[in-house]
Design a binder for this molecule. Structure first.
Ligand SMILES: NC(=O)c1ccc[n+]([C@@H]2O[C@H](COP(=O)([O-])OP(=O)(O)OC[C@H]3O[C@@H](n4cnc5c(N)ncnc54)[C@H](O)[C@@H]3O)[C@@H](O)[C@H]2O)c1
Ligand SMILES: [Zn+2]
Ligand SMILES: [Zn+2]
Length: 367
């Protein structure tokens, strides 16, 4: 039986490269030879502390690869496009199809109560469940998309870009986003930078970015942020707020995307929003603890339109492909967001690079 190497996180900060048997593929399954997978902040949390209690686990959910075996019942991807051997794919969520969300809100399967995603699966006897591996077994009822022809770096960006696309789609529901809207993005990690790119691709020109890292803010500028603020360089939050207000006609931003996992940042985000403005909270995939809201000043008196944003739906993936294509079309250097590549046996270094925030998107790449 052929074997595949996979990086098993056995306990916090400990990867073991193990060999597992590649199983026979069923009629509704596929075997994917992994080409690359981005490292996500969620992987870093799991690597450092195992908050999801998944260890031992094969992580890696921002991946892509080539179909090397395909069950006879699989003819098309989740958008209805034909797929076959040799095609490149990315996977999306695996909704259960049975819970009340799947049954009553089929357009919001991101909220499925038992939603699965490759790379955050509990270990089982197949083991090849995440993209930090040479092979991945795609199970029945998965959602996946044929991305043959897209560059490897673009394919690495699809999953985080889908998070950004979903956040902007949620924000659009408030009716606040127009060509001349002044949008502030707090946090310019991969998610915030991709949100900026989506906004710019939509034609929004007044983008304000806040972070504590100058090199990330420089990248924000290349993607369309006109004004950037390093919060570390201000004496106090009030001074930063004054600076933002003086650049927004004295009233604050029309709309804020909160793209950090910091409770303190979340507490501050409300202050940037003008009266009658809006906010999208996208930064808390992990529980970053409670933060203080003054319901009078922050919400009621400002009559804020608030939306939360939780991962993405399969419907967001085709939109994400369009976004990536258009971003390149208008000259945004999105591919440059992939800053580091490590082979699978250096996965520990890949995770440490992510934790140190010395790059933007760090990827693990197989030969
Ligand atoms: N909603 C979702 O479905 C979803 C999906 C993926 C990621 N996320 C979350 O989005 C957040 C961003 O993801 P990422 O990959 O870009 O993470 P990241 O950690 O690389 O980026 C966060 C950025 O926020 C900045 N920051 C920290 N404190 C700040 C403050 N007070 N003011 C301004 N900036 C500050 C940091 O310098 C960093 O550049 C994470 O917390 C992650 O959990 C959410
Ligand atoms: Zn991710
Ligand atoms: Zn469900």
């Amino acid at each position: 039986m052929k074997k595949a190497k996979a990086a098993l996180l056995t306990s916090p900060k400990t990867f073991e490269i193990r060999e597992f048997d590649i199983p026979e593929i069923g009629d509704d399954e596929m075997l994917v030879k992994v080409e690359a997978c981005g490292v996500c902040g969620t992987d870093a949390h799991e690597y450092l502390r195992d908050p999801f209690g998944l260890c031992p686990v094969v992580l890696g959910h921002e991946g892509t690869g080539e179909i090397v075996a395909i069950g006879k019942n699989i003819k098309t991807d989740s958008a209805g496009l034909p797929v076959g051997l040799g095609d490149r794919i990315v996977t999306c969520i695996i909704p259960c199809g049975k819970c009340s969300v799947c049954k009553t809100m089929p357009e919001r399967t991101n909220l499925c109560e038992n939603c699965g995603i490759y790379g955050l699966f509990p270990d089982d006897d197949i083991h090849l469940n995440g993209y930090f591996s040479e092979y991945l077994v795609i199970r029945p009822n998965s959602t996946f998309f044929n991305v043959t022809g897209m560059s490897l770096d673009m394919r690495i960006l699809v999953e985080p870009a889908a998070v950004a696309v979903h956040a902007v789609e949620r924000a659009k529901k408030t009716g606040q986003l127009k060509f001349n809207t002044k949008v502030l993005v707090q946090g310019t990690g991969p998610i915030g930078l991709l949100v900026i790119s989506v906004l710019r691709t939509l034609g929004i020109e007044n983008i304000f970015a806040v972070d504590g890292n100058d090199s990330r803010l420089e990248i924000a500028k290349t993607l369309g942020a006109g004004n950037t603020y390093n919060f570390m360089k201000y004496e106090s939050f009030d001074k930063l707020l004054q600076a933002v207000k003086s650049d927004t006609n004295g009233i604050g931003a029309d709309f804020v995307f909160q793209c950090t996992g910091s409770a303190k940042a979340a507490e501050n985000a409300w202050k940037f929003v003008k009266r009658g403005g809006g906010m999208c909270e996208v930064g808390f995939f992990m529980d970053g603890g409670p933060s203080t809201i003054n319901h009078h000043f922050d919400i009621c008196n400002k009559e804020i339109d608030l939306v939360g944003s939780w991962v993405y739906t399969p419907q967001d993936y085709p939109t994400t492909f369009d976004f990536l294509k258009r971003a390149v079309g208008i000259g945004l250097p999105v591919e440059k967001l992939v800053t580091h590549k490590f082979p699978l046996d250096k996965i520990g270094e890949a995770l440490e690079t992510n934790v140190a925030m010395s790059g933007i998107k760090v990827a693990v790449v197989n030969k």
